[in-house]
Design a protein around this ligand. Structure first.
Ligand SMILES: Cc1cc2nc3c(=O)[nH]c(=O)nc-3n(C[C@H](O)[C@H](O)[C@H](O)COP(=O)(O)OP(=O)(O)OC[C@H]3O[C@@H](n4cnc5c(N)ncnc54)[C@H](O)[C@@H]3O)c2cc1C
Length: 399
C-alpha cells in the first residue's frame, strides 16, 4: 500500500524534508508531494543582499538564490503542486483550486509572512512576478536619498547594514537592546557601534507611526511615540516581526494555535493528531525562528518518520525521539562583504570596523551550500549529528 506524505510549504523546512524523504521513497513505498503557492524556491536569508544590489546586476544576484520547484523536486522524485492550502482536515487538505489531497502523514511547514519586499506577496507567485517586484523596490531605493529601517532584529540589522554609507539612513527600534543576550550581548553592541560610527540617525526604545501622507508627495513622515521625533524619508523598510502562516489550521485546529503559532508535542505532532507534524517558523516552541533551526527540525522529523515507517513495516510500535532543541548558530551580514556571527556557546565573530570579513564569508558559504541540494543534505547531516551530541537547548517535557 502506498504511503502518501504531503508537505505543505517549500521553504527551509519543507524542502529539506522533501529531499531527505526522497531517499527512502522506494524502501517504504512512499509517494511524496509538496504544495506551495509559488513556482520557485527562494532562499530567504539571501534576499537582503538582492535588495542591496544595483538594478543592473539584480537579476543575476536573484537567480543565484532561487530554484524552480518543478525542476528541483522533479529531479528528486518528489511531486510538486503549485497551489495554496486553504484548509487542513483529518485526512485531507483542501486547496485554493478546491482540489482535495489525501495524506497518510502531513507535514505542515508553511512558515511565516514578513512585510514586503522581504518575502514574496500573494501576487508574486511566479519568478517573473517576484523579480519585477524586487526590481521596482530597488528602483525606488535608488531614487530615494533618505531611508528609514523600522526594527533592528536580524532582518533590520541586515537591511540597515546594506544601506550604511549609501543613504541618509535612520533606524527606529522599539527596544533599547539589540539581539539581547546573544553572545553575551556582544553582537548587539557591535551592531549599535557600527550604526553610530556611520552617522546613522538611531532612535532606540521608541515605536514609529506613519503620518497620513500628503497627496502627491513622495515623502513619508514617521513620528516616534515617546519623544515625538519626526523622520522624513522617501523609502522605508519595516521589519518588526513575522506572522505565522497558519490560516489553513484555523478551522479545524484552532485550539492548538497560540497567537497563530501551532502548539506541538516534542515529536512535532499536533497533540492527539499523530499523523500531522508541524515544523519551522509556525511552531510554538522556545527556539529562535531561523533557517538553521528549521533545518535541524526537518532533520529530526525525518529521523522520526524513518523510525515510524521502519516500525510499521515490522508491525512494531514506533519509538520516536523527542526534539530537545539546538544550540544557536547565527550569521548576519552587514553589507556585501562583512558580518557578525555567534555559535553557541562561545564563538563570537564581530571583527573590526564594520564587522568581520570571516562572518561575511560564512554567510556566503551558507548560501552556496543551501542552494546545492546534495551538499545541503550532507552538511545538515553533520550539523544534526553535532547538535544531537550536545546538551539539549530546550528543557525536556515532564510528561
Ligand atoms: C529577510 C529575512 C532574512 C532572514 N535571514 C536569516 C538568516 O540570515 N539566517 C537564518 O537562520 N534565518 C534567517 N531568516 C529566518 C528564516 O528565513 C526562517 O526562519 C526560515 O525560512 C523558516 O523556514 P520555514 O520552512 O518554516 O518557512 P519559510 O521559509 O517561510 O517557507 C514557508 C513556505 O510555505 C509556503 N506557504 C505559505 N503558506 C502556504 C499555504 N497556505 N499552502 C502551501 N504553502 C504555503 C510559502 O510560500 C513558503 O515557500 C530570515 C528571514 C527573513 C524574512
Amino acid at each position: 500500500m502506498t504511503i502518501h506524505i504531503l508537505i505543505l510549504g517549500g521553504g527551509a523546512a519543507g524542502i529539506l524534508t522533501a529531499l531527505k524523504l526522497s531517499a527512502i521513497k522506494s524502501k517504504y513505498g512512499l509517494e511524496v508531494t509538496l504544495v506551495d503557492p509559488k513556482t520557485y524556491f527562494e532562499y530567504t536569508p539571501g534576499i537582503v543582499a538582492v535588495l542591496g544590489t544595483p538594478l543592473d546586476k539584480l537579476e543575476k544576484k536573484y537567480q543565484e538564490i532561487t530554484q524552480d520547484y518543478q525542476e528541483l523536486l522533479g529531479s528528486w522524485g518528489v511531486n510538486f503542486i503549485q497551489d495554496e492550502v486553504e484548509e487542513v482536515q483529518q485526512s485531507e487538505v483542501i486547496l485554493k483550486s478546491q482540489k482535495r489531497l489525501t495524506y497518510t502523514y502531513l507535514i505542515v511547514a508553511t512558515g511565516s509572512s514578513y512585510p514586503s519586499p522581504f518575502k514574496p506577496t500573494s501576487t508574486e507567485t511566479t519568478y517573473a512576478e517576484r523579480l519585477k517586484a524586487l526590481k521596482e523596490d530597488r528602483a525606488s531605493l535608488e531614487s530615494a536619498s533618505r531611508v528609514l529601517c523600522v526594527g533592528l532584529g536580524p532582518v533590520g540589522i541586515e537591511m540597515a547594514g546594506e544601506l550604511i554609507g549609501t543613504k541618509d539612513l535612520s533606524v527606529i527600534h522599539g527596544s533599547d537592546e539589540v539581539l539581547p543576550g546573544i553572545g553575551g550581548g556582544r553582537l548587539g553592541e557591535k551592531v549599535l557601534s557600527v550604526l553610530k560610527q556611520n552617522d546613522v540617525n538611531l532612535i532606540l526604545g521608541e515605536k514609529a507611526e506613519e503620518k497620513s501622507p500628503e497627496s502627491f508627495s513622495t515623502v513619508r513622515t514617521f513620528v516616534t511615540d515617546k519623544t515625538r521625533q519626526s523622520v522624513e524619508v522617501e523609502k522605508v523598510y519595516i521589519s518588526t516581526g513575522l506572522t505565522p502562516n497558519t490560516k489553513c489550521l484555523e478551522k479545524n485546529f484552532s485550539s492548538f494555535l497560540n497567537k497563530g503559532f501551532v502548539r506541538v508535542n516534542e515529536y512535532f505532532q499536533i497533540p492527539d493528531h499523530s499523523q500531522i507534524f508541524c515544523i519551522g517558523d509556525i511552531i510554538d516552541i522556545g527556539e529562535q525562528k531561523l533557517y538553521f533551526t528549521a533545518h535541524m527540525q526537518a532533520m529530526h522529523l525525518f529521523k522520526n518518520i524513518t523510525n515510524l515507517l521502519a516500525s510499521q513495516a515490522k508491525g512494531q510500535e514506533p519509538e520516536l525521539m523527542p526534539y530537545l532543541g539546538v544550540r544557536l548558530a547565527m550569521v548576519l551580514s552587514i553589507g556585501p562583504s562583512r558580518g557578525i556571527a555567534f555559535i553557541d556557546p562561545v564563538l563570537n565573530v564581530v571583527g573590526f570596523g564594520r564587522g568581520s570579513y570571516i562572518a561575511g564569508a560564512m554567510k556566503w558559504c551558507i548560501e552556496r551550500i543551501t542552494m546545492h541540494p546534495s551538499t545541503k543534505i550532507l552538511v545538515n547531516e553533520v550539523l544534526y549529528f553535532i547538535q544531537k551530541h550536545r546538551s539539549p537547548a530546550l528543557k525536556p517535557k515532564d510528561d
